[in-house]
Write a protein that binds this ligand. Structure first.
Ligand code: OOG
Ligand code: NI
Length: 450
């Protein structure tokens, strides 16, 4: 009998290989990783309580492997094949993000692990965007782009074969898994030779820089990787001192006692030399590094409150520098409860319930979870948000595309076309958190009755 490697192991190997490749391709990313590691070390040393909590939740071991990346593809076939490629690594499409609202002609999903165990092992995610040529008004340009995309194959023959092998035999053995990682990595590699001449690049670039980025190269180069930091404000502050140029503001919620959702910032994309068909040299700006700090997943009610406060704060802080922006955010978000009990009481966030040591011997009649928590029988810890935020993603896109937000493509959410291109439905992220919370409640109550 052959034993297959777990998809978690394949993902872990792949994410490490991807990180190594990106560090070689973009040395500034290594500088960022060093800075993040330094700040994480200092934060853990200064906050032993935090270190203990992360350890207890097995979060410490995933700290250094925690990251996400992003790519952008041009056709339905490319997206559908990527779905099959990511499945080899136990990564499935979760969530639908409409970026047209923010003036970016793409819609997206995140391929990521779903089960608790898989997330704990390595939560590597890839934010994957599909270009929407149908939003380009100029028909000739649209046809030209489609024609260029139709000519490329972003997958190696070896990758295609190993994906089929995984599908037919239900897994890959160790040797096949290593070969798969090597072949799959090729899809994400940077190519400094554009596939088009300078005039074509320029025409696509003038429509939107993102379109040139997707259409003019042999593959969907990984455009950033994102390690996890324990103190995003501090890393943002220190970036200039290590020669990194941060984007203007940290996206997402403000700093809080009980972190919610996701805070992100990045360094600005680098201008890199490329060669166009016909030997002409030029530059292209697409690749950058990002950092993230995750908090608790919000319920639909919590998310609605977040969205409302964010809109309000953005109106007040438009164009402000990060410090001023964070002050406005903190003030507006004082309307968002900032303690675990409040977040639970108002059903704003998702929690995972489990019995405490003491709770294991509990023989009482009480079955109300909040009261059981007060009595020390049950503990609830926040469920980490594993997904993305469209407004933040748009901010990351924009700061790296050099552009201001424009309304050019707005109002074009189309989940059905996206899923048709993908060849599968995307999983609803909110339903996943709700299920995990429900299952943990059920388990606690069942063990009290046994
Ligand atoms: C993706 C930007 C979105 C995030 O972390 O929100 C993203 C891209 O630039 O392709 O990665
Ligand atoms: Ni990102």
């Amino acid at each position: 009998m052959t034993t297959y490697l777990s998809t978690d192991d394949v993902r872990d190997r792949f994410s490490k290989a991807m990180s190594a490749m990106y560090q070689e391709e973009v040395p500034q990313y290594t500088t960022l990783l060093d800075l993040v590691a330094e700040v994480n070390r200092e934060t853990l040393a200064a906050q032993p309580e935090l270190a203990r909590r992360l350890e207890a939740q097995s979060e410490l071991s995933r700290l250094s492997v925690e990251r996400h990346g992003a790519i952008r593809v041009g056709t339905a076939e490319e997206l559908a094949m990527l779905r099959r490629l990511f499945a080899v690594m136990g990564m499935y499409p979760v969530g639908y993000y409409d970026l047209s609202e923010a003036g970016v002609p793409v819609h997206s999903t995140a391929f990521r692990p779903i089960d608790d165990d898989a997330l704990a092992r390595n939560p590597f995610r890839v934010f994957t965007s599909l270009l929407r040529l149908e939003l380009i008004e100029d028909a000739a340009l649209r046809d030209r782009a489609a024609e260029i995309l139709a000519r490329r194959d972003i997958f190696t023959q070896g990758a295609r074969e190993l994906i089929e092998c995984h599908e037919s035999q239900g897994g890959l053995d160790a040797e096949q898994a290593n070969a798969f990682v090597k072949e799959a990595l090729e899809t994400f590699r940077w190519h400094r030779e554009a596939t088009v001449d300078h005039a074509t690049y320029q025409a696509l670039h003038d429509e939107h820089r993102l379109i040139a980025d997707v259409v003019c190269f042999r593959g969907p180069h990984i455009n950033h990787l994102t390690p996890r930091t324990l103190d995003i404000d501090e890393v943002q502050r220190r970036m200039p001192a290590v020669g990194i140029n941060p984007k203007a503001v940290i996206e997402g919620p403000p700093r809080r006692e009980c972190p919610i959702l996701l805070r992100q910032t990045s360094f600005k994309a680098l201008e890199e030399t490329i060669r166009f068909a016909g030997e002409h040299e030029g530059t292209h700006t697409a690749r950058f590094g990002e950092i993230e700090q995750r908090g608790v997943a919000l319920t639909p009610k919590g998310r609605a409150l977040y969205d409302r406060l964010l809109t309000k704060a953005r109106q007040q802080s438009d164009g402000k520098e990060n410090d001023a922006h964070q002050q406005v955010m903190a003030k507006v978000f004082s309307d968002f409860p900032d303690d675990d009990a409040g977040l639970r009481r108002e059903a704003l966030a998702f929690f995972h319930y489990h019995l405490t040591e003491q709770g294991r011997g509990y023989r009482g009649e009480e079955r109300d979870l909040e009261r059981l928590i007060e009595q020390g029988v049950v503990e609830a810890h926040p469920i980490t948000y594993e997904d993305f935020l469209p407004v933040s993603a748009a901010g990351i896109f924009q700061s790296n595309l050099g552009g201001e937000a424009s309304g050019a493509y707005a109002g074009n959410a189309n989940r059905e076309t996206f899923e048709a291109a993908l060849g599968a439905p995307v999983t609803d992220e909110l339903a996943l958190y709700a299920e995990r919370e429900q299952a943990s409640r059920r388990q606690v109550l069942e063990s009290l009755d046994n």
